[in-house]
Ligand binder design. Structure first.
Ligand code: AMP
Ligand code: MG
Length: 485
């Protein structure tokens, strides 16, 4: 592999420098035949990266870790994690690398990270690689989430590597260049805690405070303030997932960020028909991470975070446990408040959040009973607020109970404009994502481009995009996503 200096770009090695114990300096595998499949020019501009340069062979070298810019020390980060409830003390970046950080426009740091960059010391039995389909999938869904105003890691580029990857069948390989506020996870803290080195745990916590919650540094107990901040960020995040109908699919503690960004788009999917027990991941046989279980799963993960922080919360461990329990105990009410406020806005109302939540609860029961498409229905409801209830009524065969609900809601004078600002018309529907990925793997990038155009402006209804607003075709069947990515 060639290690030389890219002229246009420098990267910080902030994480590598401050927390050397929390990673292993490593190099990306060489990429025999890099082909840029998609580049996020807007994000590049936001990061001060020149898209023209990123499209050159040197640029592809940067995006694949084959050309290490000045100042960078790529590292495979160490972390532990509870996977489906079982603890793994040593996960870490098995096929990923933190290349380094860039300063963003608000002076904060953003991680530039590679996924699919070859085996690392954390790879265990894995090949360290990734296939085109799953990397484009993360690109589409993360950019859609960002456009939906939901905190998320971003996708800068997907580069095909020219190296085949063995899964159930041989697939073309690719690498995702990901951007994040950081890659600190609940699992990062679990790993630091498990070393038994409390000073290391303190350094990780101070690092997290510095990068994400600098106001916590002023608090009388800064580590308790960190815990409280992460609880609030996650309560808000998961409420937003629920409001938009997103199922993450693999909410292991190594896939939960400290920053409050959504991370690791593997077996994720958006619900079509409203169904609280929706599960898409083929390996989630018990439904642990089903749609309606997500708040409880987040609460459980945050409890693991609090446990990892215990030695920092108070010298007296009984006192520490009390502080942790008190903080963790606020999660359900914070989550409910976020969800209720969000639902009130989705229903275009200005009344009390609790009343709106009651009304929303009744509506969701009706949607579930009649298996109504969640996204299409909510978007159609603004037409009802404008005086034409027919599009919304058309979703139901038995309209009597829906009419009763409608009367109650219309009496509150909902604002159609407010609704259209928050209820998306275009989401990355499963059948559309699969269609775009299949075409891309066959070398046709046009469906990918069209889908991205739809989902990156999700609230803005446009002519020619009708099929991106429609629900899944009847023959799409029961959808399964796969973790073996
Ligand atoms: P994920 O399910 O993507 O969050 O990954 C869980 C763990 O498995 C992480 O430690 C990953 O780095 C590792 N992993 C996943 N796929 C591979 C692979 N193909 N090669 C090596 N490690 C992998
Ligand atoms: Mg992960």
């Amino acid at each position: 592999m060639s290690v030389s200096t890219a002229p246009a770009i420098t990267l910080d090695n902030h994480f590598a420098r401050h927390l050397p114990e929390m990673g292993v300096a490593w190099q990306a595998a060489d990429v025999p035949e890099a082909e840029l499949l998609v580049l996020n020019e807007q994000l590049a501009a936001e990061l001060g990266l020149d898209s023209g340069y990123l499209r050159t062979p040197d640029g592809a070298g940067l995006l694949t870790g084959n050309l290490v810019p000045a100042g960078a020390t790529p590292v495979a980060q160490a972390y532990a994690g509870h996977q489906f409830g079982g603890y793994s003390p040593r996960l870490g970046d098995g096929r990923a690398l933190l290349l380094g950080e860039v300063a963003d426009s608000d002076g904060g740091l953003r991680d530039i990270h590679l996924k699919g960059s070859g085996r690392t010391p954390f790879a265990r039995g894995g090949d360290g690689l990734a296939a085109i389909g799953p990397m484009l999938r993360e690109y589409i869904v993360s950019e859609a989430m960002h456009a939906l105003r939901i905190p998320t890691t971003r996708s800068l580029a997907v580069v095909a590597t020219g190296r085949p990857v063995q899964r159930e069948e041989l697939l073309p390989g690719a690498l995702l260049t990901r951007v994040a506020a950081s890659h600190l996870r609940v699992g990062t803290f679990q790993y630091a805690r498990a070393t038994g080195d409390i000073e290391l745990l303190r350094q990780v916590a101070d690092y997290a405070i510095d990068r994400h919650y600098s106001e916590a540094a002023q608090a009388p107990n800064r580590y308790l303030a960190l815990l409280e901040s992460v609880i609030s960020a996650q309560a808000s995040l998961v409420a937003q997932w629920m409001l938009v109908g997103f199922v993450h699919g693999v909410m292991n503690t190594d896939n939960m960020t400290i920053s409050g960004e959504t991370i690791d788009y593997g077996p994720c999917a958006f619900i079509d028909a409203f169904n609280p027990s929706a599960v898409y991941s083929s390996i989630d046989t018990m439904g642990r991470y089903a749609y309606a279980n997500q708040p409880a799963a987040a609460h459980w993960n945050l409890t693991r975070f609090a446990e990892a922080l215990l030695p920092l919360l108070d010298e007296n461990q009984d006192e520490a446990v009390m502080l942790a329990e008190e903080a963790i105990g606020t999660f359900p009410s914070q989550y409910s408040a976020e969800w209720s406020a969000g639902m009130r806005i989705k229903l275009g109302l200005e009344n009390d959040d609790d009343d709106a939540a009651t009304l929303a609860g009744k509506l969701l029961t009706l949607l579930e009973e009649s298996q109504v498409d969640y996204t299409s229905f909510l978007r159609s409801l603004s037409t009802a607020a404008r005086g034409n209830a027919e599009p919304a009524r058309d979703f139901f065969t038995d309209t009597a109970r829906f009419d009763a609900w409608l009367g109650e809601w219309l009496a509150l004078k909902p604002s159609a404009e407010a609704m259209d600002r928050v209820n998306p018309i275009y989401i990355p529907r499963n059948h559309l994502v699969e269609e775009a990925l299949a075409a891309a793997v066959d070398g046709d990038l046009e469906p990918l481009g069209n889908l991205l155009a739809a989902v990156t402006a999700p609230f803005e209804e446009r002519e020619g995009f009708e099929r991106y607003a429609a629900g899944a075709p009847d023959d799409f069947g029961s959808y399964r996503t796969f973790c073996g990515t």
